[in-house]
Design a protein around this ligand. Sequence first.
Ligand code: AMP
Length: 280
Amino acid sequence: MKTETTIQSLNAALSPARLARKTIGFVPTMGNLHQGHLNLVREAKKLCDVVVVSIFVNPIQFGPNEDFDNYPRTLEADSQLLAEVGCDVLFAPSVQQMYGDLPRRTAVVVGEITEVLCGRSRAGHFDGVATVVTKLFHIVQPDTAFFGQKDWQQLAVIRQMTRDLSFPIDIVGVPIARAEDGLALSSRNGYLTDLQRKVAPKIYQSLTDAEKALRKKTQLAEVLASIEANLTKAGFEIDYVEALTPDLEAVNVFDRDIVLFIAAKLGNTRLIDNLLVKFA
Ligand code: AMP
């Protein structure tokens, strides 16, 4: 596996593949890789000739009180894992390489669907994500890009942006990878104390309980209120418990698929999860 840290050297590394018209698969990440990330790479390997993974902790998607400085940076371990799953090129640029010295005056802003769920408590977060993914799409020029359903809203934002800006890129969503006890894998799980780690799977349990209740025709509002009450009792500080359509529209027909979304904090650690409930 090649590791490149500049746009120029990445272009040189990808040039033979581009000339040979090989398909390029791209997996953008912030590193501290786990099986969830590696599943994206495995999926990319299946569908594309050459797989590029980026590791870049993107400062402009973190709010002033968020964990940019403390975000886990584990490049050596990450590159070993990537080599093991057959990643061809790791792109690990510095902040300087991505943003340079000049002030940045351009942003990619996706409307409406960035204003719900995480967008309400993380002002500017999705503008930062859409902007960096746009830059990475231009830099890597992939045929297909892979994103996790763990960040369902992010996936929806990327799909919308790809359509709106006519990127010639297929977006593939990959199912959530979970620990044995159901907790969605996340780099932020490493912040949890042992005790918090034992409590954290209650998020997924409450999603699966909610699905069962919905299938027994319990009212949606009642189901959401019960998740909120149970998680609060277990020590979570709720950011939101909501149900939307897969496209993040309000739910008003109850025989269609819905996605249940939870964001909640345990101590200072914010965890998110979601579950697609299929009715169709
Ligand atoms: P991150 O490094 O957290 O920015 O995540 C990079 C990519 O990996 C995003 O597309 C995430 O949605 C995806 N991802 C993170 N955790 C998981 C997971 N547990 N299952 C599936 N995809 C994930």
